[in-house]
Write a protein that binds this ligand. Structure first.
Ligand SMILES: *Cc1c(COP(=O)(O)O)cnc(C)c1O
Length: 354
């Protein structure tokens, strides 16, 4: 069966969003984050497109990086989760990957493991997120221990914000201050800003920036939309109208009969559902673009269908017309908001098989 649902990737939009990164980041080096299959956009495709346009790529784990190397990608690759056993460290060596070291025991493992060539590494400080990262003291010790080691070609410093999507959150300034203090005591290239910080905290730009979601054209900030930030969506998710039906006032639509029509209305059934990555928790009212107009989703999302109220469309909708679930209008962030999640999750999820 040919599926009606389809994902399209607009690489020109990616170029545009990269130029927005440059506008904010000035001369900083750019590490494009392409973990989680490039947020659902296809890791290899995105890597091949970006490799000559950025200074490094970042993935979560060595396995992802090896796929890139085996496909011929020569750009620097940072492995954000680093290594958690010696085999992965040897892979970093073999494939010239740059692991993030976030726990002190990794420093000892680094010094004990025989490597073919000196490694570039990234020391990750915990400045307040309390996920990955060493304490400021451990970072200083690690730095001293590794600085003169022949195992190491270059050490970079990095940290990550917990609340950069809310620029007013007080923890941002605290994290920035801790990072600045640490950086000034060590002379090394440093990286702090993800997309949200790139767009809202100029003081966090440093030597390297690490944009992820903004490259794909979704908003990194809780209270600003992608168009307000000048970002263009790279992914569009589309499908088709496969049925049109009349619903009388008082009749319910879909599983659980959770939505009841107040008036006589017309419904389009669109071939997309949670099996295709459309969020099951999208509520009635979530906008769906049919023939250029935003119409409300009604009733529950099924596995491969949704119902959309097209009563306002004056009989202009036909079977086979296209329905856009997200792209420019609606933006993925709007759909995410209606479904109680964030754009990141929807993009990653729909593009798992890209
Ligand atoms: C995922 C990730 C990023 C990118 O974050 P965005 O919010 O998508 O810009 C940057 N740095 C680290 C360490 C990450 O894990």
């Amino acid at each position: 069966m040919q599926r009606s649902a389809s994902v399209e990737i607009n690489l020109d939009a990616l170029t545009h969003n990269l130029s927005v990164v440059r506008e904010h980041a000035g001369d900083a080096n750019i590490m494009a984050v392409i973990k989680a299959n490039a947020y659902g956009h296809g890791m290899l495709k995105v890597a091949l497109y970006l490799e000559d346009k950025v200074d490094a790529l970042a993935v979560a784990c060595a396995e992802e990086a090896i796929v890139l190397r085996e496909a011929g990608i020569k750009t620097r690759i940072v492995v954000l989760q680093g290594f958690h056993h010696a085999d992965q460290l040897r892979q970093c060596d073999l494939f010239r990957l740059e692991p993030v070291c976030h726990q002190y025991w990794q420093i000892d493992l680094l010094l004990q493991t025989t490597l073919n060539q000196p490694l570039k590494i990234w020391l990750k400080a915990d400045t307040g997120m309390h996920r990955l990262g060493m304490s400021v003291e451990e970072i200083k010790q690690a730095f001293q221990k590794l600085n003169n080691s022949r195992q190491i070609e270059k050490i970079h410093l990095m940290s990550h914000f917990a609340n950069a999507d809310e620029p007013e959150n007080a923890l941002n300034q605290e994290q920035l201050k801790r990072f600045d203090d640490l950086q000034s005591s060590l002379s090394t290239e440093a990286s702090l800003a993800n997309s949200a910080a790139i767009m809202s905290m100029p003081a966090a730009i440093k030597d390297w920036v690490r944009p992820g979601v903004m490259l794909y054209g979704a908003s990194p900030l809780a209270n600003k939309s992608a168009p307000e930030l000048g970002l263009k969506p790279v992914m569009s998710l589309a499908s088709q109208v496969i049925a049109i039906t009349d619903v009388k006032a008082g009749e319910a639509v879909g599983y659980g009969s959770s939505w009841v029509s107040e008036t006589d209305s017309k419904m389009a059934v669109v071939a997309i559902g949670y099996g295709d990555g459309y969020p099951r928790h999208a509520t009635s009212g979530t906008p769906v673009n049919i023939n250029g107009r935003l119409c409300p989703l009604v009733g529950r999302v099924s596995m491969d269908m949704i119902c959309v109220d097209i009563s306002e469309m004056d009989d202009t909708v036909n079977i086979g017309d296209s329905a856009i679930l997200w792209a420019q209008k609606p933006a993925v962030d709007e759909v995410a908001h209606s479904a109680g999640t964030i754009g990141y999750e929807l993009l990653c999820h729909v593009g798992k098989d890209q």
